[in-house]
Each structure stands twice: as C-alpha cells, then as structure tokens.
Design a protein around this ligand. Structure first.
Ligand code: MG
Length: 379
C-alpha cells in the first residue's frame, strides 16, 4: 500500500512536470530561437573616415576628419554593430585597432550571452586598446539585444523617459566662428564650451552674447596654475557654468584635489580616468567622472562604473568621441542613469552611416529598436 502510494505520487509528479516543463521550454524556443547557443560568432571590421562639418579645435589640436573602425558580429542570421573611435592621447590608432581585432577569435564561444567570459577574454588579449575592445563589446551588446528583440535599456531595467538633455560642443575658435556655431546650435538646451586655448573669457563672453542656456566647460588639461584655475572657475560660476571638466593636467593630482575642495563647481575627470579599477582613487580628487565607451572598453564596464561611482557618491557624466550614431546610440542606452550627457559626436559629422538616438528638444530620445537602437543607412 505504502509502495503503491509512493508510486502514485511519483507518477503524479511526473505528470505535473510533463505538463509544465516541456511547455515552458517550447515557449522559450518559439519566442527566441536564436538564443540557443552552439552557433558561431563571426567578427568582421573595416576602416571608415568620418568627415567633420566644421574644423574642430580643442586645447592641443585641430582636425577636419576622424578615422574610426566599424565592426559587425554575425550570429544566426543577425548582425550586431560596433565602432571604435580612437582617443589620440591614449595612443590608439586605426592601425592598432585593426591589429588588435585580428587577434580576436570569437569562434571559440558558442553563446553570445556569455558576456563575462567573452569580454574577459577580449580584455586579456593585450593591455590598453580601450577603443578596440569597445567595438567588440558594443557589437556584442547590439547582437544580444537583437537576439531577444529588446533595447538594451530594457534589459538593464532603465526607464528611457529619464534620459537627459545632451550638450552640444563649441570648439575653441575666433569670436566670429564661435558666434556662428552658437547660433547654429540653438536647438540644444545646453552647450559645452572648450576652454584652455588662451582666450577663455572671450569664448564664454561670445557664447553668452548669443544664448543664456546652461554651459558645461571642458578645459582638456589646458590650465596649469591651480590658483588661476580657481579664480577662473569662480568667474565661470557667475556665467551660468554647471561643471568644469579636466581643468588641470591629469598628473597634477594634489593640485586637482585642492581645486576640487575649493571650487564652487563640480570638477570632472576625463583624461584622468579610463578604467573601472582607477575609479576609487579619484574619490576626493575629482567630484565625478566622464565615462566614455572608448575608454571603458565598452558598455559592460561603463555600466559597472556608474554603479561604483554612485556608491562613492560621485557625479557621473557620459561623453563620447567623434563617432557615428553607432557608438553614440550605444552610450545613450545608459544615459538615463547619469547626471549629465555629452553625446553629440554623431552630430558633428556629415557622413554618418547609421540612424540612431535622436535629440528632440535638446533631450536624448531613445526608441524601441533592439540592441543599441540603430539602423544601418543605405550608403
Ligand atoms: Mg573632455
């Protein structure tokens, strides 16, 4: 009797398992056939030259074009897009990115969702190479979003309505050109003004002769004296400036800590900050960090940076290089989590080959396209 009851319960259990499990498995397979592993990922890449709408000048250099490398990862009929735009001061070039990508072998992985494994492998290939690593990370994130047909912000549980305004950058130039560029940027509600070229007050006064929108300031390490920097920042605070990015050379750690302690405006680290492992040491030196995918090696580490910076009670901004809508739209997926966004790199070029995040009334506006949220244009 006892034995019979046990068999009965056993068989009931088997029936209930038989009615629940196989159905669930079938549903998963029907909804997302491509999620199942055992395919091979194929990475391809090509160089591309971005043409700038205007000559762009920051403290240190001027340019009319920017080289990038565009990547694609194909897997089960879907394609994830990525991009590398190389920060010149970090020693990356188009040649170094291509050389790095030639060493990346994704065919050893059967499942693109194994991001920790895949990206740890990519990171281990060589030191540095942030942009080269980012163009693999971005394409992989785009791919997994497409595999489950969801934008990344949804996979991260981020409300797209919380996306911030983006600033638009005004480079160092003559008053005539600065005035013209400021007038052309009237659809932006925030401007970022590059300083450190020896004409700081003229730059700000020229912009202020056109508009009273809030201003971000980026000095690109262009100041050298901490007391002069502090005096200028007090003046900038009276001009409606919100924060100052990288005022002093990154090596001047003690001077920067002194400046941050006395400054009426937040002091943000850009050139002084690249990887997550460096973040804790910046607490007390800077008020916050400028995250760029090309420094962080992509979206996965950038997301972690935001979490750690918040735990350290630091401000967070997300920026970009001169990039197509590919890398800019990828960064925009994280933008609802940050204090300030400076994602205008795609708006500075005349030959974008993707369509992605839009700026509507100055605000980054995310749509519901899967992955990083872009379409490839027919060019
Ligand atoms: Mg900067």
């Amino acid at each position: 009797m006892k034995q019979g009851r046990r068999n009965f319960l056993k068989s009931m259990g088997a029936v209930s398992l038989a009615t629940s499990l196989p159905l669930t498995a079938c549903q998963v397979r029907e909804k997302a056939p491509a999620v199942i592993g055992n395919g091979k990922m194929k990475l391809s890449f090509r160089p591309y030259e971005l043409e700038l709408k205007h000559t762009f000048t920051v403290a240190g250099n001027s340019r009319n074009t920017t080289p990038v490398v565009l990547t694609e990862i194909e897997y089960k009929g879907l394609t994830g897009y990525g991009e590398a735009s190389m920060p010149p001061y970090l020693g990356e070039s188009r040649e170094s990115v291509i050389s790095f990508l030639n060493k990346v072998d994704l065919t050893q992985f059967n499942d693109p969702f194994m991001l920790d494994d895949i990206l740890a492998y990519v990171d281990s290939i060589d030191n540095g190479n942030g942009a080269a690593k980012a163009c693999v990370d971005i394409a992989l994130h785009d791919l997994i979003g497409k595999l489950v047909d969801q934008p990344l912000y949804r996979l991260w549980g981020i409300d797209p309505d919380n996306s911030p305004m983006t600033s638009f950058t005004i480079g160092i130039d003559t008053p005539e050109v600065v005035r013209q560029k400021t007038e052309e940027a009237s659809r932006f509600r925030i401007l970022k003004v590059k300083l450190g070229g020896g004409n700081d007050r003229e730059m700000i006064e020229t912009v202020r002769s056109v508009t009273d929108v809030p201003l971000y300031v980026d000095v690109n390490q262009g100041w050298s004296d901490k007391q002069e920097a502090l005096d200028t920042i007090h003046w900038l605070a009276e001009q409606g400036v919100v924060f100052v990015e990288q005022p002093l050379p990154k090596e001047k750690v003690d001077d920067t800590a002194w400046l941050t302690a006395k400054s009426p405006l937040p002091i943000m680290a850009d050139e002084a900050f690249q990887r997550l492992s460096e973040l804790a040491a910046l607490k007390g030196v800077y008020s916050g960090i400028n995250i760029k995918l090309m420094k962080s090696t992509g979206l996965r580490e950038a997301h972690k940076m935001i979490t750690v910076a918040r735990a350290l009670d630091m401000k967070v901004m997300i920026g970009c290089m001169t990039e197509t809508s590919c890398a800019v739209s990828a960064a925009a997926q994280l933008s609802p989590l940050v204090d300030w966004a400076d994602l205008d790199g795609n708006l500075l070029i005349s030959n974008d080959i993707y369509e992605g995040v839009k700026v509507i009334d100055g605000k980054l506006t995310l749509d519901d396209l899967p992955g990083i949220g872009i379409r490839k244009l027919n060019t």
